[in-house]
Design a binder for this molecule. Sequence first.
Ligand SMILES: NC(=O)c1ccc[n+]([C@@H]2O[C@H](COP(=O)([O-])OP(=O)(O)OC[C@H]3O[C@@H](n4cnc5c(N)ncnc54)[C@H](O)[C@@H]3O)[C@@H](O)[C@H]2O)c1
Length: 261
Amino acid sequence: MGKLDGRVVVITGAARGQGEQEARLFVAEGARVVLGDVLDEQGQALADELGGDAARYVRMDVASEDDWTAAAVAAKDAFGGIDGLVNNAGILRFNELAKTPLAEFQQVVQVNQVGCFLGIRTLAPEIAAAGGGTIVNTASYTGLTGMALVGAYAASKHAVLGLTRVAALELAPRNIRVNAVCPGAVDTPMTNPAALDPAADPVASQQAVDALYRKLVPMGRAGRPEEVAALALFLSCADSSYITGQPFVVDGGWLAGVSLF
Ligand SMILES: NC(=O)c1ccc[n+]([C@@H]2O[C@H](COP(=O)([O-])OP(=O)(O)OC[C@H]3O[C@@H](n4cnc5c(N)ncnc54)[C@H](O)[C@@H]3O)[C@@H](O)[C@H]2O)c1
């Protein structure tokens, strides 16, 4: 028996990275998944690989109200209802706050914060109609602490934790649990954009990423997207049945304190 047998879960940003691994793990645990993203080719290829009985790809910009409405309709058409959501889509921009253009700040907030809000607002009534379920929001290590050069991102991820706590309070009476994952550094295209650059040397860029996190993270490495997916699964299944409104850090010990070694 799978931990998500009979469940239907919408996962945003599911074409690659953590969202892709969440989709793979959720399907392996018996869920049917709706994969939302703006990377059509990768999203459709993943849905095809997982099979039509288990997965559908829906093009959606999480910052668009209309796209959320259409995704909810598509999910219900495909699988009859929705009882889970993983708000995973996100973008990262590096800049000093004092030099950040307003448009850049707003773009990060639109995807990371407004996208999460719209997901909750659009799908909570559907999940309630299905008798209850789960919402997992993707915050970050930087939702709990600061980091230089990622001001817009950190602000948006702090906001995701605020949304998580309020949604947990408001949705508990409707049998919906809402929690957040807070990854540290995870080995995806977000932390290693050179991996997507055909001109970059993949070995050199991976070595640079590895060297950085060997120094910064007590466990001596970046996380794997599968390790975040395992936490999202825990928060989406009955193993976490008495947990709601909480942030869960998955960071190899980075946030534990100052490492001297
Ligand atoms: N990788 C890390 O180190 C790390 C650390 C902390 C938190 N996170 C968070 O984890 C989540 C997943 O990131 P990842 O590491 O897999 O990065 P990623 O860049 O590989 O994946 C992000 C996915 O979101 C999609 N996306 C971006 N904008 C979108 C939009 N407007 N609408 C729909 N989809 C959109 C992208 O196309 C991509 O498929 C993000 O919320 C990110 O902020 C990542």
